[in-house]
Design a protein around this ligand. Structure first.
Ligand code: DC
Length: 224
């Protein structure tokens, strides 16, 4: 079974997707982390996001891997643990730019499909239900008010020692949503057959239960 979880930044995708994967004992794939790794690699090498040739070479030369069981997963770039660095301000501010070029998206989507072939997984991102796994059995599009998303982001950043005002966080989120939803190739979008889940005011536990119940119901329906 493939469970696709899409939605804007801070809508609760990551924590929910990780816990759902754990509860169902299936693979967890964080596609945002893959775009973040490529962004970090490009920034370190001073490659601009318009240089398709250099980006294509970079993507081919950058091995992205994941280890650990959620929530304790780690993200690796050519053998280096970059889990914290890819969540920092520098990468976060530029990732919408580097995830847009076709040379980046096509290669990463191919890799995501390879990881997902033949196994059950929970995959989170922006284009999972529309592009990466349009055949996913369960598609959830998570949304939340920008105020709530900023509160969640603040907590994430605080864990990394970064302090930002609510105003800055809301502006950053809205700007990233705008860029992610307006790019030409597989933008942030709700698939026609996705169920929208507004997590504003919901606890993490409620979000997890909501998805797990639907996934279990699908399994029951398949058996009958
Ligand atoms: O989920 P996240 O915040 O870690 O994602 C980082 C960026 O990557 C986000 O701004 C949009 C992009 N992204 C994407 O374009 N497609 C995906 N499937 C996942 C993330």
């Amino acid at each position: 079974m493939i469970i696709a979880i899409d939605g804007p930044a801070g809508s609760g995708k990551s924590s929910t997707a990780k816990a759902v994967a754990r509860r169902l004992n299936i693979t967890y794939l964080d596609t945002g982390a893959m775009y973040r790794v490529i962004t970090l690699a490009a920034l370190r090498k001073n490659i601009v996001s318009t240089d398709d040739t250099a980006l294509a070479e970079l993507v081919a030369a950058t091995k992205i891997s994941f280890t650990g069981v959620p929530p304790a997963t780690r993200v690796w770039m050519n053998g280096e643990d970059v889990s914290d660095e890819i969540r920092g301000e520098k990468v976060t501010a530029r990732v919408s730019e580097y995830c847009a070029p076709a040379v980046v998206r096509n290669a990463l989507v191919e890799e995501q499909r390879r990881i997902g072939s033949g196994c059950s997984l929970v995959c989170e991102g922006r284009d999972i239900g529309t592009t990466v796994f349009p055949q996913a059995e369960l598609k959830v599009f998570m949304v939340a008010s920008v105020v709530e998303r900023a509160v969640r982001r603040k907590k994430d950043f605080e864990k990394l020692g970064i302090t930002k005002t609510d105003h800055e966080l809301m502006a950053d989120l809205e700007e990233r949503d705008r860029k992610d939803a307006s790019r030409s190739l597989s933008p942030l979008a709700k698939a026609d057959d996705a169920i929208e889940l507004d997590t504003t005011g919901m606890t993490l536990e409620q979000q997890i239960d909501w998805i797990v119940e639907r996934a279990e119901q699908l399994v029951v329906n398949e058996r009958n």
